[in-house]
Design a protein around this ligand. Structure first.
Ligand code: RB5
Length: 148
């Protein structure tokens, strides 16, 4: 799969760990930064870069990390068609894929070890979307005014 990855300083280390894992499985990863944990940067910058690539269909999936996963998730979900999910257990990652067809995984670098982050990412990458009634529901996400 082609995947875009981004993080702020708080998510840098787990972004690096998960990107290594994804590449070792043969995925093509476009890393949009940041490139260090030492310099404080603004998480929306990286969230918008990744989310724009997912929304435009330039990549199939996105990976984002910040201190908690919350900020990048909020920013990414402003993009139409993006379903970013902040997952802090493998079960959440599984459900985000099965029911929500999540296309961006958000991770909290100050909450998760690198091993925990990779375990969550592996489940998220390998779990299919169930479709069916869930397809209708994800389409309704794009209609905040209500049913069409
Ligand atoms: C940066 O200190 C921190 O606020 C950020 O990484 C993230 O946790 C925001 O949601």
């Amino acid at each position: 799969m082609k995947i875009a990855a981004g993080a702020d300083h708080g998510g840098y280390a787990i972004k690096e760990a998960v990107v290594r894992g994804l590449r070792s499985q043969g995925h093509e990863v476009i890393d949009v930064g940041t490139d260090s944990a030492e310099t404080s940067v603004d998480y929306p910058t990286f969230a918008h870069r990744v989310a724009a690539m997912v929304a435009a269909g330039e990549v199939e999936r996105g990976l984002l990390a910040c201190g908690t996963g919350l900020g990048v998730c909020m920013a990414a979900n402003r993009h139409a068609g993006v379903r970013a999910a902040d997952c802090f257990t493998p079960h959440l990652a599984e459900m985000a894929r099965r029911h929500n067809d999540s296309n961006i995984l958000c991770l909290g670098g100050r909450l998760l070890s690198e091993d925990e982050a990779w375990a969550i990412a592996e489940v998220w990458m390998s779990t299919p979307f169930e479709g069916g009634r869930h397809q209708r529901r994800i389409e309704l996400i794009e209609l905040p005014e209500g049913r069409a």
